[in-house]
Design a protein around this ligand. Structure first.
Ligand code: DTR
Length: 357
């Protein structure tokens, strides 16, 4: 009896194994350019699948613009392109973004150029204190100046669009009403903006936005310096009860695509993406500007005090920042860039777009 049962169990196990094998899905076709030097492959006839990586969490503006771009591309290609988005650094993180895209770990990636000032010397000219008044103007200036000079830093990728944040403000746990009150405060910024804080006498700590909520929570930093939409998107208003409106520098962003993946796209799809580039840049700037206003209003409702500076105070705050321009000119010259001409172009473009409605 025992042997018979053992035989039955053995037979059931063997059948299970056979069924399991028969049910095994055939290997799915690989989609997107997940490995370097592999062309984009289609999941089924006519559908091109692409992976788009982003570093901050989904509700933040770089991801909002990503979803908008995705919807537009899918719509304008009549569903021929399908984009899978990966917010929150789930595919590539902030500093590994462009190299990850070059290596083909993602087809598309969104990066903040200010996080790598040494690598993006040219683009970070727009992150100097030049008086960019808002995100829309900053985005249009950045896109134009990029297209004029087509810098070497993007030679290995296809640039799909660029945009800039709104000007940066200080969000802090303690009120900062005067330049003297910044001194000694441990504040977070990133990239070139760290130098702005240092020039004001703060104890600046450099880190990407993705690490900031933790640093604020743990008290590693007493505040941060960036565009004010984060008060709402990251709920920083719960920790930072003061916003000092310095309205200083913007942060430039780029969306890049793996060159091989781009080269293998059909011409009509490339055209859709190319036609969308400038429009996406302006859309993001407009979204950002409106969202900053919304965030400040929302913050007031959470008991946040918005500290405005007088024109005299702003002049005082801007004075120590002059040295940053001199330093950038030196760095740009070392990188064989026509430094003065680039700055002159940026100033002309700021005027042009500030006047335009
Ligand atoms: N100002 C840069 C970039 C930045 C501004 N808002 C967000 C939101 C999510 C990610 C990055 C950014 C910074 O402070 O890091």
């Amino acid at each position: 009896m025992k042997t018979r049962w053992m035989l039955v169990i053995a037979m059931v196990a063997a059948m299970g194994l056979m069924v399991g094998c028969a049910k095994k899905e055939p290997a799915k076709p690989q989609v997107g350019n997940t490995q370097a030097n592999q062309p984009v492959k289609t999941a089924k006839e006519g559908v091109i699948k692409l992976k788009y990586a982003n570093f901050p969490p989904a509700p933040t503006f770089p991801c909002v613009q990503m979803e908008r771009w995705k919807e537009e591309v899918q719509k304008r290609t009549g569903g021929k392109v399908q984009i899978d988005t990966f917010p929150g650094g789930t595919l590539l993180d902030a500093k590994g973004m462009i190299d990850g895209v070059i290596a083909g770990q993602a087809d598309i990636g969104c990066l903040c150029m200010a996080y790598q000032p040494g690598r993006f010397v040219f683009e970070n000219a727009t992150a100097l204190p030049l008086g960019i008044p808002n995100s829309k103007v900053g985005s249009l200036v950045l896109w134009d100046v990029y297209n004029k000079y087509k810098p070497e830093s993007f030679a290995k990728v296809k640039v799909l669009t660029m945009f800039a944040t709104a000007p940066s403000n200080i969000m802090s746990k303690k009120p900062i009403r005067t330049l003297a009150e910044v001194k000694g405060q441990m504040l977070r910024a990133s990239g070139g903006a760290v130098e702005v804080l240092k020039a004001w006498g703060a104890e600046a700590s450099g880190m990407p936005m993705s690490e900031t909520p933790d640093a604020l929570q743990k008290g590693v930093v007493q505040g941060l310096y960036t565009s004010a939409e984060v008060m709402m998107d990251f709920k920083f208003a719960e920790l930072c009860k003061y916003v000092t409106l310095t309205e200083t520098v913007i942060y430039p962003f780029a969306v890049v695509m793996n060159q091989k993946a781009w080269d293998t796209l059909p011409a009509d799809v490339q055209k859709v993406m190319d036609d969308l580039a400038g429009e996406q840049c302006e859309w993001t700037g407009t979204y950002m500007d409106n969202h900053v206003k919304e965030s400040l209003e929302w913050s007031k409702g959470k008991g946040v005090e918005i500290i405005a500076l007088t024109p005299e105070q702003l002049a005082e705050w801007n004075k120590p920042l002059e040295s940053l321009k001199t330093k950038w000119i030196e760095d740009a010259k070392k990188a064989n860039l026509p430094a003065e001409q680039i700055l002159a172009d940026i100033k002309t473009l700021i005027e042009k777009y500030s006047k335009a409605k």
